[in-house]
Design a protein around this ligand. Structure first.
Ligand code: DGI
Ligand code: FE
Ligand code: FE
Length: 186
């Protein structure tokens, strides 16, 4: 079943706060631009981006339920910050409830927060779009936006450097997949 951009936006809207919905639209526009620029599948980039934060406002209990009942998600994820759960749990929820079966789309949704070891072109496009969308004001985001104009891998790498720096600077845990993504790109 193929859903249009408008159908997908109508689907996610009731699950998101207004500000999160607006973020989603900006991520989608950014991801479509990156997909065109770097030769990724534009329609898949659009679909994955619209859906990437689908589970952002679900309860920790609901997210935990989906993660612990699927052997494809490493269970140690639950030992790390709950902010990391909405991607993998969202992918599982969408696979079941929206019949999104495309593994490339589900992968991009699942790894959009942490990154992972061998990210596909589509994974990188969605991951980077989430980081550089025009509403973001992370320290160092402007440098990543500049890199994104010419080098997708380097832009992803710099966003990971910034995030690891931010997390370690605040003595927060770093999920191994984030380190794996960093190591794969460095
Ligand atoms: O859902 P969004 O707000 O659009 O963005 P996101 O899905 O990238 O979530 C980012 C948050 O996740 C950010 O505030 C940092 C936090 N986080 C906590 N632990 C980790 C982590 N991010 C990464 N990459 N790795 C972690 O281990
Ligand atoms: Fe997210
Ligand atoms: Fe997001």
């Amino acid at each position: 079943m193929h859903l249009s951009r408008d159908q997908l936006l109508d689907f996610v809207r009731p699950h998101l706060k207004q500000s999160r919905y607006e973020h989603t639209v900006r991520v989608t526009d950014t991801a479509v631009e990156l997909a065109i620029q770097y030769g990724a599948d534009v329609q898949k980039a659009e679909t994955a981006s619209i859906l990437h934060d689908f589970a952002k406002h679900k309860s920790k209990e609901e997210l935990k339920h989906w993660i612990s009942n699927d052997e494809r998600v490493p269970n140690d994820l639950l030992d790390y910050h709950h902010e990391l759960w909405h991607g993998p749990a969202g992918a599982l929820m969408l696979e079941n409830e929206l019949e999104i079966k495309d593994p490339e789309i589900l992968s991009a949704i699942a790894c959009h927060t942490s990154g992972k070891k061998n990210m596909s072109l589509l994974d990188k496009v969605v991951f980077l779009a989430d980081y550089i969308e025009p509403g973001r004001n992370f320290e160092g985001v402007e440098e990543v936006r500049e890199l994104a104009k010419s080098d997708l891998d380097n832009a992803c790498l710099q966003s990971l450097v910034n995030t690891v720096h931010f997390l370690t600077n605040n003595k927060r845990t770093v999920y191994p997949d984030t380190i794996n993504a960093y190591n794969a790109l460095v």
